[in-house]
Design a protein around this ligand. Structure first.
Ligand SMILES: *Cc1c(COP(=O)(O)O)cnc(C)c1O
Length: 219
């Protein structure tokens, strides 16, 4: 039962982090079931899929884009997206700013940081993220707000490695969060998925992105 699993995870989180139900590839009926069980935050990794599902759910759902975002697709989610977790360049941030301004919105963003010991994951290095935060052109982007960082740990059974990766991301979050700027307002650290959210919350996550533990494996 989806509702039981959601309740169990919420109990485990005990208010330390918020649960984003990752619903990629899942049909709208399952999203409605999660909504009925109290979920108000949904995570999708593809722009088109999110834009198709959004009008089919109640308006108080907060839609989180957690997958790689191409600049030419920002316009499709700019009217409604609550938080973009996957910003990995100044160019993308400039496009989000442009599309947000067209909608008279300010769009909240996280910088995706590369923390895993894998070659396939997107994201900025710690140095690149610091460079972006300190870029003088950033302060012109008044229709975006950088509210924190996101990262994916290595897909491994080695809990100590996962913990070390999350701990490093938390340290970077604390460091960059101390930098002041008109559109900087660090309050969210998005880390932890089905296999590692307990470790992530121990290490300071504020947003966990959980899919298969709630909805079953994706085919
Ligand atoms: C798919 C996905 C998740 C959820 O993964 P599960 O292992 O199913 O919980 C979390 N974060 C990102 C970025 C994803 O793409």
């Amino acid at each position: 039962m989806i509702a039981d699993t959601i309740r169990q995870i919420e109990t485990e989180l005990a208010g330390r982090a918020q649960l984003i139900a990752v619903t990629k590839t899942k049909p709208v009926e399952l999203l409605r079931e999660a909504y009925e069980a109290g979920c108000r935050m949904f995570g999708e990794n593809k722009v088109q899929e999110m834009a198709e599902k959004q009008p089919q759910l109640p308006a108080d759902v907060a839609w989180h884009l957690i997958g790689h975002l191409q600049t030419n697709k920002v316009k499709y989610i700019a009217p409604f997206v609550a938080l973009i977790h996957s910003v990995d360049s100044l160019k993308l941030l400039q496009e989000i700013n442009k599309q947000a301004a067209k909608q008279n919105r300010v769009i909240d963003c996280l910088l995706q940081i590369y923390i895993a010991d894998e070659e396939t994951k997107f994201g900025l290095s710690a140095d690149e993220a610091e460079g972006l935060i300190n870029d003088p052109t950033l302060e012109n982007l008044l229709s975006i707000r950088i509210v924190g960082l996101m990262g994916l740990a290595t897909n491994t059974d080695n809990e100590e490695q996962i913990r070390a990766e999350f701990r490093g991301l938390k340290q970077l979050y604390d460091k960059l969060g101390a930098i002041e700027g008109a559109n900087l307002n660090f309050s969210e650290l998005s880390m932890g998925m089905s296999g590692d959210y307990r470790i992530a919350v121990d290490e300071g996550s504020t947003l966990v992105r959980v899919g298969s533990a709630i909805f079953g494996s994706r085919t």
